[in-house]
Design a protein around this ligand. Structure first.
Ligand SMILES: C[S@@+](CC[C@H](N)C(=O)[O-])C[C@H]1O[C@@H](n2cnc3c(N)ncnc32)[C@H](O)[C@@H]1O
Length: 237
């Protein structure tokens, strides 16, 4: 755990700036982070316990610290480099606990009021890895807890090609850097992304409630879920 402000090398600063520029090039992507912050703020507890899965880059942490400073945050990411960026963004804020490792390997008895899983699962292959990831999150979600989940998602194979000119028009309109735009267009088709039906099936298999779609922009979608009504945690309550 660290809450110390850490300096970034030029290369890390460049990576952070590029990551933010790519996010800026997607219309409205900020809404996902603000929406998650709103759900945390709406929680009955004066100090909601928040699990940030895939904290790399610190995007969620930055928003939550600004919007819900009383929240206590556990931030998990297996990439030491990405976690360093998140630590940098958090500065010396109290109440942020960093854990280097995969969500699936998180050893804690803690339960969380809100978990965020933003732009992580689309990186995992659909060979059991996506399901194990969701099960690990479900296990750490308290009764009544909310999961905010965002992924790149395609319902048909031609969707990406159809959306590219729209993305390019928006990116040009806001003056997004050509490098960021090219990186986005190179990365998205290579992801092991799945359809919204498959995401719903994975949630059901993991014992999570059918996810409600709350945001969609180009190839990005965000859903809110929680324990399935039949999950053992809910039944035992
Ligand atoms: C595209 S970044 C998204 C970062 C941040 N959530 C955001 O929305 O800006 C995905 C992050 O998920 C992390 N990650 C990948 N697999 C993970 C896993 N199994 N458990 C937790 N984090 C994971 C990666 O290291 C990376 O930092």
């Amino acid at each position: 755990m660290t809450t110390e402000r850490q300096g970034l090398h030029d290369e890390e600063s460049g990576r952070l700036a590029m990551y933010r520029e790519i996010q800026r090039s997607i219309p409205g992507l900020d809404t996902i982070y603000r929406l998650a912050a709103a759900l945390i703020a709406a929680h009955a507890s004066p100090a909601p316990r928040v699990l940030v899965v895939g904290a790399g880059g610190g995007r969620e942490i930055e928003t939550f610290l600004a919007d819900v400073p009383a929240a206590s945050i556990t931030a998990v990411d297996p990439s030491a480099g990405n976690l360093a960026l998140a630590r940098h963004v958090a500065g010396n804020a109290n109440g942020v606990h960093f854990v280097e490792g995969r969500m699936e390997d998180l050893h804690t008895d803690a339960e969380f009021d809100v978990a965020t899983s933003l732009l992580v699962m689309h990186q995992l292959p659909d060979d059991g890895a996506k399901l194990s990831y969701l099960c690990a999150i479900r296990d750490r979600l308290g009764v009544g807890g909310a999961l905010v989940h965002a992924d790149v998602c395609f319902d048909d194979p031609d969707e990406f090609e159809r959306l590219v000119p729209i993305y390019q028009a928006y990116a040009r309109h806001i003056g997004a850097s050509a490098e960021a735009t090219q990186l986005e267009l190179g990365t998205i088709p290579a992801l092991p992304a799945v359809s919204s039906d498959r995401i719903r099936a994975l949630f059901e298999q993991a014992g999570l409630a059918s996810p409600r779609e709350v945001f969609r922009s180009l190839w990005y979608r965000c859903w809110v879920s929680g324990h399935a009504p039949t999950s053992s945690k809910v039944l035992l309550k």
